[in-house]
Design a binder for this molecule. Structure first.
Ligand SMILES: Cc1cc2nc3c(=O)[nH]c(=O)nc-3n(C[C@H](O)[C@H](O)[C@H](O)COP(=O)(O)O)c2cc1C
Length: 166
């Protein structure tokens, strides 16, 4: 089975997850989406994106449009807690973008938020939608250490499980 791990990553979090998946599936090809090959020759594509304003980032979305009909194992990183309803909603929204494909499974974990963005949000009024409330400041701090070793191990286990189930 020919497997591609294609990912988009602006600050490195999703790349780390993609690399952990690739370590678990050493026969797979690993590529950032900007250089990813034509998916036609692959039986399964692990596609990684980061969440940008509730949706897959732009580079990942561009590659998704080339995946018509492929089985896709979707993975993502985001600032929010991965077990939150918000994270599930984001993954549902990304999966909808892949409605022409078969999403065989999905994995999401938290990723450190770009410190420049956090600084900007800290300067917003508290009642702004992204402003520095106590719970948001905790979320930003909690995100800082992710993806951590446990996330990367979970991603590798997930990828092995996806392949074993096919
Ligand atoms: C411009 C921008 C928009 C973001 N939008 C969201 C968002 O809507 N929801 C969220 O949970 N995290 C959001 N994040 C956090 C990223 O999804 C998170 O830090 C991710 O792990 C970045 O992945 P990368 O290091 O692979 O680029 C955003 C980050 C940036 C820089």
């Amino acid at each position: 089975m020919k497997v591609l791990v294609a990912y988009s990553s602006a600050t490195g979090n999703t790349r780390k997850v993609a690399e952990a998946i690739h370590l678990a599936l050493p026969d797979a090809d690993l590529c950032p989406v900007g250089h990813a090959p034509n998916p036609e020759g692959y039986d399964l594509v692990f596609l990684g994106c980061w969440i940008d304003k509730g949706l897959a980032d732009e580079a990942a979305r561009a590659y998704m449009s080339k995946l018509h009909g492929k089985p896709v194992a979707l993975f993502a990183t985001l600032g929010a807690y991965p077990d939150s309803k918000y994270a599930a909603d984001c993954m549902d929204a990304v999966s909808e973008l892949l409605s022409a494909c078969t999403v065989v499974d999905r994995f999401v974990c938290q990723g450190a938020i770009d410190p420049k963005l956090v600084e900007w949000m800290k300067g917003l009024p508290k009642d702004h939608g992204y402003g520095p409330t106590t719970s948001r400041k905790k979320l930003w701090r909690d995100a800082e250490s992710h993806p951590d070793d446990a996330d990367l191990e979970a991603a590798a286990d997930w990828a092995e499980g996806v392949l074993a189930a096919l």
